[in-house]
Ligand binder design. Structure first.
Ligand code: ADP
Length: 535
């Protein structure tokens, strides 16, 4: 009766021997040949184990111990070489060094007794090299060192790669190999006097088949499909063998039917598993691509903000100069200017002032997005602030001959709110300037009053301009949103004014909203601030 050690040996040598042949015959890249060479070493190990397990002659056993080690010595070396190739790492120097060390062990294995030394009868079944030669412990260190190192770099690659598919492949390979190595490695124990029966070698024999097939068929690993295919194939083979054991026609027919059904269901199973794997791979690929695209978008967005910030800084200085000089021209600082020229110069003034507002908004948008906008709160009398803004914007309204008024409820005159003066001013300018911009004729009326519950101040800006539809009203406070009628009227807007105003008002604990009865029917904007309570 054959013992388990010899049985596992013969199974291992058959499967890995076949796989080695397959790899060299069908293989076409270095990775295939390296795996083939690895299978050859496993084959030699298995063959040796078989003959060790079946002899009771110490001299014959000694010879087979030496032969089996020709395979064992190169298992970790070829495995490392394979892993390097698999991960696309070129480490010529390392590879040469480990092969040289392997060669050294090989020589001491073949001749002398520094490596293989004594034969000891174990488990009442076969001879084991125990205790081994002096070099053997060093070989064990070398063996496990390489195996652990190979798995370590596999693990590192698994962690580093962003390719989800590759991640899964490495993971399967890693787990599978570690199980096989652990199973196989236990057969070293009796060498050192720990008599644990090496039956776990059985864990190894099917693995070369799975991996080889995976490498060939799917360039690498599609373990789920392959395992299914191998199991279906094995079951099928067993049933075919079973056919020959039938001793009557009925039983033969019955077994034939079972085989037939098994082939059909097996094929369906493989199809569904591979379909599922394929779909998952596709999804993973898509997710990967989306991830990359998303990162790129983020980068572009950051670059855009940076560009806007730089560009607006560069624009601000010349604009301030233009504004300053045109204002002095209008005031007559450089001598009398004709009325006709004055009209044109004040147009230049208005345009440059608007550009200053836009540039400020742009700068603020990038600050808001980066969270860099700082607020310093102080007591602000809104009444005075609005008066000041009205003064600044009067030129623009006068130019269009609009009725431009500010009225404040007597109660609201001295009311104080806590706010950042500069930011609130900019927000209010944006709103009032919009009303002037989007009104051809009629009025822009600004009024300030206290809410009914006396808790807040409400600034109302009402115009008789182009108005807005309900749909427009929904989006006007979003970044870069401009309506068609607005663009037609004022090509040079940025669509940032309301966004910036809303952000600033929000940060000052205020709220802003807008209403309109429709296109051509004017608009109303409301800004509400909580009144600062006396302490
Ligand atoms: P811009 O004025 O540069 O286009 P804003 O953010 O200030 O950008 O305004 C966004 C949009 O809101 C404008 O393009 C316009 O469609 C609409 N809007 C703002 N204020 C008014 C108003 N007073 N009357 C009509 N539409 C307005």
């Amino acid at each position: 009766m054959i013992n388990i050690f010899a049985l596992s040996g013969i199974l291992i040598s058959i499967t890995s021997g076949l796989m080695a042949v397959l790899m060299f015959v069908v293989g076409n890249v270095k990775l295939h040949y390296l795996w083939g060479a690895f299978c050859v070493s496993v084959f030699i190990w298995g063959l040796g184990a078989y003959f060790i397990g079946t002899t009771n002659n110490a001299v014959v056993a000694d010879t087979w111990w030496r032969i089996t080690h020709i395979g064992i010595i190169f298992i970790p070396i070829l495995f490392l070489h394979f892993v390097y190739e698999f991960l696309g790492l070129s480490k010529r120097k390392n590879i040469i060094i480990v092969y040289l060390i392997g060669l050294f062990f090989l020589i001491t294995d073949v001749v002398g007794n520094l490596f293989i030394a004594n034969m000891r009868w174990v488990f009442n079944q076969f001879y084991y090299d125990s205790p081994p030669g002096v070099l053997y412990p060093f070989f064990i260190i070398f063996f496990f060192g390489l195996i652990i190192y190979s798995h370590y770099i596999l693990w590192q690659a698994h962690k580093k790669t962003n390719d989800i598919l590759k991640k899964i492949r490495i993971k399967y390979f890693f787990i599978g190999m570690i199980i096989s190595f652990m199973g196989g490695s236990l057969s070293f124990l009796p060498v050192f006097g720990i008599d644990f029966y090496p039956f776990l070698n059985l864990a190894v024999f099917i693995y070369p088949v799975i991996i080889s097939y995976a490498i060939l068929k799917h360039q690498l690993f599609n373990i789920k499909v392959i395992v299914t295919e191998v199991i279906v194939f094995l079951l099928g083979s067993i049933l075919v063998i079973d056919l020959f054991l039938a001793n009557s026609l009925y039983i033969l027919l019955f077994k034939g039917l079972v085989l037939f059904l098994m082939i059909i269901f097996g094929a369906l199973l493989i199809k569904s598993v591979s379909g599922e794997v394929k779909r998952r791979e596709e999804t993973e690929k898509l997710v990967n691509e989306l991830k990359k695209a998303n990162e790129k978008l983020k980068q572009v967005d950051e670059q855009k903000s940076e560009f806007i910030s730089i560009a607006s800084h560069q624009l601000r200085t010349p604009l301030t100069a233009i504004k300053g000089y045109t204002s002095m021209l209008i005031e007559g600082t450089y001598g009398e200017v004709s009325d006709k020229a004055k009209g044109i110069v004040s147009k230049i003034f208005q345009s440059s002032q608007r550009l200053v507002y836009i540039v400020n908004d742009m700068l603020d948008v990038s600050r808001i997005e980066e969270g860099r906008l700082k607020y310093t709160f102080e007591d602000v009398k809104i009444n005075n602030l609005v008066k000041d803004v009205i003064g600044e914007l009067k030129v623009n309204a006068d130019f269009k001959k609009l009725k431009f008024n500010f009225s404040a409820d007597s109660e609201s005159l001295d009311v104080v709110i806590s706010a950042d003066y500069g930011k609130i001013r900019q927000a209010i300018i944006n709103i009032i300037d919009n009303s002037i911009k989007y009104t051809e004729k009629g009025f822009v009326l600004v009024s300030l009053e206290i809410s009914k519950n006396k808790n807040s101040l409400i600034l109302n800006i009402k115009d008789s301009g182009i108005g807005m539809t309900k749909n427009q009203l929904k989006t006007i406070f979003e970044k870069f949103k401009r309506s068609k009628n607005a663009i037609k009227m004022h090509t040079e807007g940025s669509g940032l004014g309301l966004y910036v105003a809303k952000e600033m008002i929000k940060s000052n604990k205020g709220v802003i909203w807008a209403t309109s009865d429709g296109l051509g029917k004017g608009s109303q904007f409301y800004i509400e601030f909580p009144i600062k309570k006396e302490k």
